[in-house]
Design a binder for this molecule. Structure first.
Ligand SMILES: NC(=O)c1ccc[n+]([C@@H]2O[C@H](COP(=O)([O-])OP(=O)(O)OC[C@H]3O[C@@H](n4cnc5c(N)ncnc54)[C@H](OP(=O)(O)O)[C@@H]3O)[C@@H](O)[C@H]2O)c1
Length: 309
């Protein structure tokens, strides 16, 4: 054994521990009939689940899968009434059923964030259904990875219209409701690609850089109305977006191995990909009253990936 600094032998510490143990024995002998703290903890009921969003109305874009799905489930578990969208109706209905079966409140509404009328109608319907709006998680996003000379103009537009213009549209239609509620929170899913890129991610990085600008400006525009605006900037997370880069003819086991190898090689601190539930937990933290002074910034949750660049 060695001391904490790894240089000195631990005779002094051992003596200290021995002394502490002797004291503890005497103390235990004098309170023999009282339950030990460990036994008391065992007998205690489990802590009540957190209900930070009880009766709050939350809208989420892009919650048919991945981070958005995990966030819809987590917000509902903490008492929120959740309205969420996405284009894949079968998956949306599945998430809705799952939340309701667990006793939560949620409604799926089919909407495409690239289409202004659909975003407006989605947000208004949720606010009408649940009586207002308090939190927005603007999360819908896609990635198309190609060198820029191979990217079609339609592909460029698709990525930027979903990831950047879609966020603008969501905020545009959410803010009047948030103001009517006397304030609220907007969390936008950015990316570590707001700050660094990889080959083939021109459109994606541009779209997420746009999110950085939107979040900072919206925070300034709406801070006086009591609306906080922040970006959650994930590192690589194990979702459909990551799976879109799966090469053909690769087995599930090989792909799982490839993702683990990517995490080990690229995420310098934690050496793995994030789970969608970890990103959802970060989104809830940013939206919660615990973060009442956080606005106009991006919070990177990347397992130390950028730290190691
Ligand atoms: N996974 C990562 O490594 C990673 C890293 C950093 C940031 N992010 C960001 O995290 C967010 C969520 O992605 P994810 O990783 O959870 O991937 P995902 O499982 O593919 O989820 C993307 C979600 O966005 C929705 N969506 C896409 N286009 C849409 C559109 N036009 N209208 C409405 N909804 C749309 C999808 O629903 P439908 O297909 O049903 O429409 C889906 O629910 C994205 O903004 C992404 O850029 C992901």
């Amino acid at each position: 054994m060695s001391d904490d600094d790894g240089r000195t032998p631990t005779l002094g510490r051992r003596l200290l521990l021995t002394g502490a143990a002797a004291g503890l024995t005497a103390e235990l002998a004098s309170t023999a009939l009282s339950p030990t703290p460990a036994a008391a903890a065992q007998a205690a009921p489990p802590p009540a689940p957190m209900r930070r969003f009880a009766n709050k109305v939350v809208v989420i874009t892009g919650a048919t899968s991945g981070i958005g799905r995990a966030a819809a489930i987590a917000f509902a578990r903490e008492g929120a009434k959740v309205g969420f969208c996405g284009r894949r109706e079968n998956l949306g209905r599945q998430v809705e059923r799952e939340i309701r079966a667990a006793g939560g409140t949620a409604t799926y509404i089919k909407a495409d964030v690239r289409v202004p009328a659909q975003v407006e109608s989605f947000v208004n319907r949720v606010a009408q259904l649940y009586g207002g709006l308090h939190v927005a998680f603007n999360n819908a996003g896609i990635q198309i990875a190609k060198p820029m000379h191979e990217l079609t103009v339609n592909e460029w537009d698709d990525v930027t219209h979903t990831n950047t213009r879609g966020v603008f549209l969501a905020i545009k239609y959410e803010v009047p409701h948030l103001k009517r509620s006397g304030g609220g929170v907007i969390v936008v899913t950015g990316s570590a690609n707001e700050f660094a890129s990889r080959p083939g991610l021109g459109a994606y990085s541009a779209s997420k850089g746009g999110v950085t600008g939107i979040v900072r400006t919206a925070a300034l525009d709406y801070g006086p109305d009591g609306i906080r605006v922040a970006a959650l900037s994930p590192g690589t997370t194990d979702t459909g977006l990551a799976d879109a880069r799966r090469p053909p003819n690769v087995t599930d086991a090989q792909w799982a191995q490839a993702k683990a190898a990517f995490g080990a090689a690229n995420v310098d601190a934690l050496r793995r990909l994030a789970r969608p539930e970890e990103m959802a937990a970060a989104a809830l933290a940013l939206a919660s009253p615990d973060m009442s002074f956080l606005t106009g910034t991006s919070v990177v949750v990347d397992g130390g990936m950028l730290a190691g660049l």
